[in-house]
Design a protein. Structure first.
Length: 366
């Protein structure tokens, strides 16, 4: 029996080579069968490719996707449940926002807004996980089952058997012409070929007639996407409303003084260069002497021509020591020297001293 099977297989191989290399024609099927084959193959290919792309849509990272697939296979072998989930980008972003808002502190309106947005992203991640699970269970798995049961295990099996029996039938036709095969053997081979041809034809027609079921699978996929986007929109509307409330709260808070401050390092440097607290000064200010003796009369205000270096004061500036010059908004101060990129020396109403560069707008440069 084993030898007979091997001989039969060698006869089929001989027929196959004679067709592919020698150009010998075999038995043909009709055009309707060929068109049905094309349609079924194209449909099955579309379904397979769609499943692949949907998985990439749900889980974009190929490395993580491969790890999850391996973990799922390992869990099935062990008979345990796979509770490993895809790390959604929305969850990573939400965790980042919540963590950073805690570092800023609850006193900040921006921190509250960032925390609210982070919670929103976490909720988006949760419904994304639900979408992943629903599509796998109700679209990808049923489609895979359809491809396996109706196409691979049915249509392809019958077509493979049909092609094998056709080779056997065509070989026996050639041998019958040489008188090496009896009529009964030829008729038996023909009957088997026709049987497989009809089985393949029926299987393909049933696959095509199940279009309604295939369309319902697509409708389920769209329905899950629709529910996901509607839930996402509801969450985003709620987050947007809360952010508007945070913005209103921030705008209603009293504003603190945003006047620029002087650079301490420059003040300290000038203070070291200019002595303002010698022994004679301390003696003049001693409590035993009462009020300090009158100083020299103040100098007369300097006359200012149209070309005199000057600047207009933009902000009030309160001097913190005797080397600095008090300024009032809209005063005109005479510029006498630029100490560095941060400080001017100037004169106003007979008083001289230093003041910050960014407190004035130069009218006539030095």
């Amino acid at each position: 029996m084993a030898f007979a099977g091997l001989k039969k297989q060698m006869n089929k191989t001989q027929q196959y080579l004679s067709e592919k290399i020698g150009g010998k024609e075999g038995s043909k099927v009709d055009e309707e069968f060929i068109e049905l084959e094309r349609q079924v193959d194209a449909t099955a290919k579309c379904m397979e490719n769609l499943n692949t792309k949907v998985m990439e849509f749900l889980q974009p990272n190929p490395v993580t996707r491969a790890k999850l697939a391996s973990y799922s296979t390992y869990s099935k072998v062990r008979g345990t449940n796979s509770d490993m989930q895809y790390p959604q980008v929305e969850r990573q972003l939400g965790e980042l926002l919540v963590r950073q808002s805690e570092e800023i502190g609850n006193h900040s309106c921006y921190a509250k807004a960032a925390s609210e947005l982070g919670d929103g992203f976490m909720r988006l991640a949760d419904i994304k996980d639900s979408l992943d699970c629903d599509i796998k269970q109700n679209f990808i798995d049923p489609t895979d089952q359809t491809i396996k049961a109706d196409y691979k295990d049915n249509v392809l099996v019958h077509r493979k058997k049909m092609n094998s029996r056709r080779l056997d039938y065509d070989y026996k036709i050639s041998q019958h012409e040489k008188g090496k095969v009896t009529n009964d053997e030829l008729y038996t081979a023909e009957d088997k070929f026709n049987e497989s041809l009809q089985s393949a034809d029926v299987g393909m027609k049933k696959f095509v007639q199940n279009e309604e079921e295939h369309i319902h699978q697509l409708m389920a996929f769209v329905g899950f996407l629709k529910d996901y986007h509607q839930s996402s929109l509801s969450i985003l509307d709620e987050v947007h409303s809360n952010l508007q409330s945070a913005a209103h709260e921030a705008s209603s808070r009293p504003k603190s003084d945003v006047r620029p401050i002087a650079r301490v390092s420059s003040v300290q440097q000038r203070t070291n260069n200019i002595s303002i607290s010698g022994p004679s000064d301390m003696k003049l200010m001693s409590p035993q002497s009462g009020a300090p003796p009158p100083g020299p009369p103040p100098p007369k205000p300097a006359s200012m021509s149209s070309k005199t270096p000057s600047a207009k004061v933009l902000f009030d500036f309160d001097a913190e020591n005797l080397t600095e010059l008090d300024l009032k908004e809209n005063d005109i101060v005479i510029l006498t020297k630029k100490i560095d990129e941060n400080w001017y020396e100037g004169e106003i109403n007979g008083r001289k001293g230093y003041f910050p560069v960014n407190y004035v707008e130069v009218i006539n440069p030095l």
